[in-house]
Design a protein around this ligand. Structure first.
Ligand code: SF4
Ligand code: SF4
Length: 351
């Protein structure tokens, strides 16, 4: 079931086969609960009307199904994965069978938890920060002390020998602090910092005007970065505006197959307990079209570097209502979209 807003050029796509017969990796939002109250929370955690989440046994059965069909990597996010009491056990189960990566706000990761993650052979950890200091981060999370705990998490994970990166979403509040965030990450021992776009999802939609930057402001912030020696920086603005739909698959805490977490409000390929997950991956027309990456206009430089032109389909659809539109976060393909202004349809409860 998909929004019927975009006349996807199906005829032109006929014969455009996906590159894989099945997704090599998968993102799982293991819970949509969290003790923090971030201003942007894409999952809009702790909604009182949220449906039940999959049980441990349901996840284990699904993971077995994934592994039996060749999935080799699982990326866990939320919500806050560690807010789910059985997550450590489920993660250990998965880490025996696949490469595992976890995104967390880090508040529960002390030395004991970090050593357990190392013992369980978790592949990589990503710890979110939303500022270079406690005042900025804690104001965003609505939780005093969360900054110090996030920093502790990075330090303990690094000390325990777990490969660890930090993530930050580029907003009006974090942009002036990006360089300091890189230095903080370096000082704590993180290997890389991922600078992420702000997506109009969840609570971010209602706080958009106070957080969103124009594309020019984003490009200036990215261009000004001077990573300390040895620290990697990941970012998805030109010329790294890759389309990763071609390899993406994702499932929500409630079992909905949605292709990518950034598509969570736009597509629904069915409940993985009821539909054949791999069959919908192969046969759903929109799923295939997203992976095929056919777009009206792609940035030549980005296409040349990634071989998958067109940029992010979630961002394109959010701002234009068309799956085949160019990515507005790229200066070459922006086409006059003001990223500080959300289309009214996104603010509708029935969007
Ligand atoms: S830490 Fe993540 S899951 Fe928790 S409220 Fe913030 S954005 Fe949402
Ligand atoms: S919607 Fe965007 S972030 Fe998600 S898989 Fe596609 S290109 Fe990547």
């Amino acid at each position: 079931m998909t929004p019927d807003m975009d006349p996807v050029p199906w005829a032109a796509l006929r014969g455009a086969a996906p590159r894989f017969e099945m997704p090599p990796k998968l993102t799982i939002s293991i819970t949509e609960t969290c003790p923090l109250t971030c201003a942007h929370c894409y999952a809009d955690c702790n909604r009182p009307d949220a449906p039940p989440e999959l049980s441990f046994d349901e996840w284990r059965a699904f993971v077995d199904h994934l592994v039996a069909n060749g999935v080799i990597q699982m990326y866990f996010e939320g919500g806050e994965p560690f807010h789910r009491p059985d997550f450590h056990d489920l993660l250990a189960y998965c880490a025996e069978r696949a490469m595992t990566l976890v995104r967390t706000h880090g508040t529960t990761i002390d030395a004991v938890a970090a050593r357990r993650l190392r013992r369980d052979r978790v592949g990589r950890m990503f710890v979110d920060v939303m500022g270079a200091d406690a005042a900025t981060h804690d104001a965003h999370t609505g939780t005093p002390g969360s900054f110090d705990l996030a920093c502790r998490a990075v330090r303990e994970l690094v000390d325990a020998g777990v490969t660890t990166d930090m993530l930050v979403i580029l907003t009006r509040q974090t942009a002036p602090q990006l360089q300091r965030i890189l230095e903080l990450a370096h000082g704590l021992g993180a290997l890389r910092v991922g600078v992420l776009r702000l997506y109009p999802l969840g609570r971010a939609k209602s706080r958009w005007a106070e957080m969103a930057l124009s594309l020019d402001e984003q490009m200036v912030a990215i261009a000004s970065l001077r990573p300390p020696p040895g620290l990697g920086v990941m970012q998805s603005w030109h010329p790294n505006d890759r389309n990763c739909c071609w390899q993406a698959a994702a499932v929500t805490a409630h079992g909905r197959s949605i292709g990518c977490m950034y598509l969570r409000e736009y597509v629904d390929f069915g409940d993985v307990r009821e539909v054949d997950f791999f069959r919908s991956w192969r046969e759903d027309r929109l799923y295939g079209a997203l992976r095929a990456g056919h777009v009206d206009k792609a940035c030549p430089s980005c296409a040349a570097t990634s071989n998958t032109g067109g940029g992010c389909r979630s961002a394109a659809f959010a701002f234009t209502g068309r799956w085949s539109a160019p990515d507005p976060f790229c200066p070459t393909t922006n086409d006059g979209v003001d990223l500080r202004v959300l289309p009214q349809r996104l603010l509708s409860p029935h969007a």
